[in-house]
Design a protein around this ligand. Structure first.
Ligand SMILES: [Zn+2]
Length: 304
């Protein structure tokens, strides 16, 4: 017989994808032999080529005196990777013409209906948004990310000086090492965010900094820094204040494939990183749990 406390513990354990992965999908029932049929583990995650390397332990204690909004307001003219009506070709050589990136259509209006309700449509990867592992791999979708992984110690690494001179500046491994020389090792289970100063350009052409061929330019992560954060540190999430982790220095989207392909997530188009300390804040990502989502706009904040 199992006590309710044990069953509760088992329920918690089976909700964690790394526990499932470690048990090859058999669930904790095998080890306890007492899992009731009503809580038999559903397939909550897709099998991933690699199981993640960090534990799902939550941030232990958080005290804060203010909350900083790290999201931009989403609107129909928010700069996006693609433009509505402008044909694009995918990696799979498929061409298509993107529809409006963000659309807000009133369904009920106060004036006529005494109630307001809109139908909102948007591309998943616009505004301040998450890239779930599934965006560039067969890994977890947004609804499969444990909530413990959405509340993390926040590290902000500043490359504004270089980015001001070069729109293709990269946050490289030397930036991470010099941050660690000053502040100590990157904390376990951190979100490491690049502050390139790009957020303030969001309403101007500088945000895309198109080159002569019409290609975007914006600061991003160097793959070596990303490898270091994966291999040498237990970093859960990457963040950037631009609309991509990659730029023209990694045209094959190396950072996206490597990072998301290793069951880690990321967040793009962060705002207000100047208002948070380089170390010591906690990032909280209010990510809508859309079944099968590869990412999506959210309200992200920092507890300082
Ligand atoms: Zn994205």
């Amino acid at each position: 017989m199992c006590s309710p406390a044990i069953i509760e513990q088992v329920k918690k354990r089976i909700s964690r994808r790394n526990a499932l992965a470690a048990l090859g999908g058999a669930g904790a029932a095998v080890s306890t032999g007492c899992l009731p049929a009503s809580v038999s583990p559903k397939k909550t995650v897709r099998p991933s080529p690699k199981k993640k390397r960090w534990s799902s332990k939550p941030v232990e204690q958080v005290s804060f005196s203010r909350v900083v909004d790290l999201s931009h307001t989403l609107h129909p003219d928010f700069p996006a990777w693609f433009e509505a009506g402008k044909e694009v070709t995918t990696r799979g050589k498929r061409t298509f013409v993107p529809p409006a990136v963000v659309e807000v259509k009133p369904v009920f209006e106060w004036e006529h209906d005494k109630v307001n309700l809109n139908q909102v449509t948007y591309w998943e990867h616009v505004g301040t948004h998450m890239d779930a592992p599934a965006h560039f791999s067969e890994g977890s979708t947004v609804d499969e990310i444990p909530v413990e992984d959405l509340v993390l110690p926040l590290v902000v690494i500043d490359i504004k000086e270089r980015a001001a001179k070069d729109p293709l500046a990269l946050l490289n491994i030397e930036d991470v090492r010099s941050w660690e020389d000053e502040h100590g090792p990157i904390p376990e289970r951190a979100c490491v965010a690049m502050n390139s100063g790009w957020a303030k350009h969001v309403e101007t052409p500088k945000f895309k900094s198109l080159d002569k061929k019409g290609k975007h330019r914006q600061p991003a992560f160097h793959i070596d820094a990303v490898e270091y954060l994966m291999e040498e540190r237990e970093v859960v999430a990457l963040g950037v204040d631009t609309f991509s982790f990659d730029n023209q220095h990694s045209p094959g989207s190396d950072v996206h494939y490597r990072w998301l392909g290793d069951e880690r997530w990321g967040i793009e188009n962060l705002n207000n990183l100047d208002d948070v300390p380089t170390k010591g804040a906690t990032i909280v990502v209010g990510q809508p749990s859309v079944k099968g989502g590869s990412g999506g706009p959210n309200r992200t904040m920092a507890l300082v």
